[in-house]
Design a protein around this ligand. Structure first.
Ligand code: GLN
Length: 488
C-alpha cells in the first residue's frame, strides 16, 4: 500500500516502528501534491522546505529515543483562515492576500506540540462564506472525484486534499456546515466539534457565535486523534470551555450498546435527492442490524434554520469584517482623495461579491429600526431550535440525517443563484445554531460516481459517543475510498 493511501493509524504504526521515516512520509505527500494539485487546486501554499526540516527533526528525535508527540510525523494542511506564524494566511481574499500573521492560532501551536508536519494552507470560499469553494479570490478547487464538480465549501481545499491523498489530515472551520458538507462531497470524514470545544484563537472570524475548528481525516479514528490533539481549554478564546482535551481516540473502537438513533421527519422532505435518501436509509438499516433502536423524532423549528442562520451569520460577519479598512488590516487602495474614500475604495477592491452581499445583509439586519424585527427575532428562534434538540436528545443518543440534499453539484451550477446555494445548507446549519457536535462520514456513492455522506449529530460535548457511533457504521461500511486508486 502506498503511503498516501494509508490511514492515520497505519501511518502512525509504521512511523513508530521506524519502518518508514517522517521524511519519507512527508516527501510522498509532497510528491502527490506536486503531481496532482495542478488539477485539483486544493492548496494555496505549500511549505515543502519547512515540512521536510520539521520531519527530519522528528526522525532525529525518534532515533535518539526522545519523546515525540501524538501526531509525530503526520502531515497536515490547514484551511487558510487559520493563522500560521510567518506563513501567509489569506482567507482566499484579495483583502488579505499578503497577510503574514505574526503569531500561530492555538490549533497550530497544538499541532506543533504534537509534532504534526505542516504541509501547507488549503483553499476556501473567501472568509469561509460559501458552500463550493468557488468564492475564492485566489484559485479554484475542484472535486478530486470529478473535476467538473464542486469540492464543497467552505473548507473545500482541506476536504479535497485529504480525498486526493495530499495529506492524511486537515483542519477546517465550520460555521454552518463548512467541514461536514465538503467532507461529504469529497468522500472523507469531517467533524465539527461542540461550540467551545476547540479554541478559535487565531481563526479569522466569520460569525463568532457559530464558528468552530475541526478535523478532516480518511477515517473516524483519524478524526478522533486530531480532535484530541487540538481540543481543550485556551484562555485566549473566552468561549473555549474549561475542560481538558478530549480522549476520544482511546475509546473510538468500542461499539455502543443500546444505541438510540433518532430520525427527524423534517429531514426527509421534498428537495432531497433519492440517492442521498437511500444512502441514509441504508445506514439506518446498518445501525438496526447492529442492535440500535431507531427512534422517530421531530425538530419542528428546523424549517426556520436557514433564515435564522443567514441573519445571524451575516450580522456577525458585518461586525467582524469591519476591521478590514486598509488601516488596521488588509488591502489599501492607492487611489483616493480623503480618508472615507480610502476606506470605501479599499473595501470595494478587497472584498468579493459574496462577502459584500453578506456585509450588506448583516448591516441591514442590525440597523436601527430593523434590529428587533430581524436580528433579535432570529436569536429567539435560535433558542427554539436548540430546545428542539434538547428535547430530542432526551430520547436518542445521535441523530442520523443527510449532510447535503444532493451529492456534489457541478461547478458554476449554483453561483448564479446565491439563495439556492444557501438553501442547500438545510441539514448542517442547525448544529451550529444549537452548538452541537456533528460528523459527516462516507456512506455510499451515487450512480454517477460521487460520494454521499451520512451526518450524525450528538448532544453538546458528546464527541466521544458521536465518534464511537460513527465508527460502528464505518466498520460495517468500510473506510473512505481514495479518489485516485492508483498513480498517487
Ligand atoms: N455555507 C455556509 C455559509 O456560506 C456555511 C459556511 C461555513 O460553515 N463557513 O455561510
Amino acid at each position: 500500500m502506498s503511503l498516501v493511501t494509508s490511514t492515520t493509524s497505519e501511518l502512525l504504526g509504521q512511523l513508530a516502528s521506524r519502518s518508514v521515516s517522517a521524511v519519507e512520509v512527508t516527501q510522498s505527500y509532497l510528491d502527490a501534491i506536486q503531481r496532482r494539485d495542478g488539477q485539483v487546486g486544493a492548496l494555496l501554499s505549500v511549505t515543502a522546505d519547512s515540512a521536510l526540516a520539521q520531519a527530519a527533526e522528528v526522525d532525529r528525535r525518534r532515533a535518539a529515543g526522545e519523546a515525540v508527540g501524538a501526531l509525530a510525523g503526520l502531515p497536515i494542511v490547514l484551511k487558510d483562515n487559520i493563522c500560521t506564524q510567518g506563513i501567509k494566511t489569506t482567507c482566499a481574499s484579495k483583502m488579505l492576500k499578503d497577510f503574514v500573521p505574526p503569531y500561530d492560532a492555538h490549533v497550530a501551536t497544538r499541532l506543533k506540540q504534537a509534532d504534526a508536519i505542516l504541509l501547507g494552507k488549503a483553499n476556501l470560499d473567501e472568509f469561509a462564506m460559501g458552500s463550493s469553494s468557488e468564492n475564492s479570490a485566489l484559485g479554484k478547487t475542484v472535486n478530486p472525484w470529478s473535476f467538473e464538480h464542486a469540492a464543497g465549501g467552505s473548507s473545500g481545499g482541506s476536504a479535497a486534499a485529504v480525498s486526493a491523498g495530499f495529506a492524511p489530515l486537515a483542519l477546517g472551520s465550520d460555521t454552518g456546515g463548512s467541514i461536514r458538507q465538503p467532507a461529504s462531497f469529497c468522500g472523507v470524514v469531517g467533524l465539527k466539534p461542540t461550540y467551545g470545544r476547540v479554541s478559535r484563537f487565531g481563526l479569522v472570524a466569520y460569525a463568532s457565535s457559530l464558528d468552530q475548528i475541526g478535523p478532516f481525516a480518511r477515517d473516524v479514528s483519524g478524526a478522533a486523534l486530531l480532535l484530541d490533539a487540538i481540543s481543550g481549554h485556551d484562555r485566549r478564546d473566552s468561549t473555549s470551555v474549561d475542560a481538558p482535551p478530549t480522549l476520544t481516540a482511546a475509546t473510538v473502537e468500542q461499539p455502543l450498546s443500546g444505541l438510540r438513533v433518532g430520525i427527524a421527519r423534517e429531514h426527509f422532505v421534498a428537495g432531497l435527492d433519492p440517492e442521498v435518501e437511500a444512502a441514509v436509509r441504508r445506514a439506518v438499516e446498518v445501525y438496526k442490524s447492529l442492535g440500535a433502536t431507531i427512534v422517530d423524532i421531530s425538530l419542528p423549528h428546523s424549517k426556520y434554520a436557514i433564515a435564522v442562520y443567514y441573519l445571524i451569520a451575516c450580522s456577525e460577519a458585518s461586525s467582524n469584517l469591519a476591521r478590514y479598512d486598509g488601516v488596521h488590516y488588509g488591502h489599501r487602495a492607492t487611489e483616493f482623495s480623503n480618508l472615507v474614500e480610502m476606506y470605501k475604495a479599499s473595501r470595494s477592491e478587497g472584498f468579493g461579491d459574496e462577502v459584500k452581499r453578506r456585509i450588506m445583509l448583516g448591516a441591514y439586519a442590525l440597523s436601527a429600526g430593523y434590529y428587533d424585527a430581524y436580528y433579535l427575532k432570529a436569536l429567539k428562534v435560535r433558542r427554539l431550535i436548540r430546545q428542539d434538540f434538547d428535547a430530542a436528545f432526551q430520547n436518542v443518543d445521535v441523530i442520523a440525517s443527510p449532510v447535503n440534499p444532493t451529492p456534489a453539484f457541478k461547478l458554476g451550477e449554483m453561483t448564479a443563484d446565491p439563495l439556492k446555494m444557501y438553501l442547500a445548507d438545510i441539514y448542517t446549519i442547525s448544529a451550529n445554531l444549537a452548538g452541537l457536535p456533528g460528523i459527516s462520514i462516507p456512506a455510499g456513492m451515487s450512480a454517477s460516481g460521487l460520494p454521499i455522506g451520512l451526518q450524525l449529530l450528538a448532544a453538546p460535548f458528546e464527541e466521544e459517543k458521536l465518534l464511537r457511533a460513527a465508527r460502528m457504521f464505518e466498520r460495517e461500511h468500510g473506510p473512505a475510498p481514495m479518489s485516485w486508486k492508483s498513480g498517487v
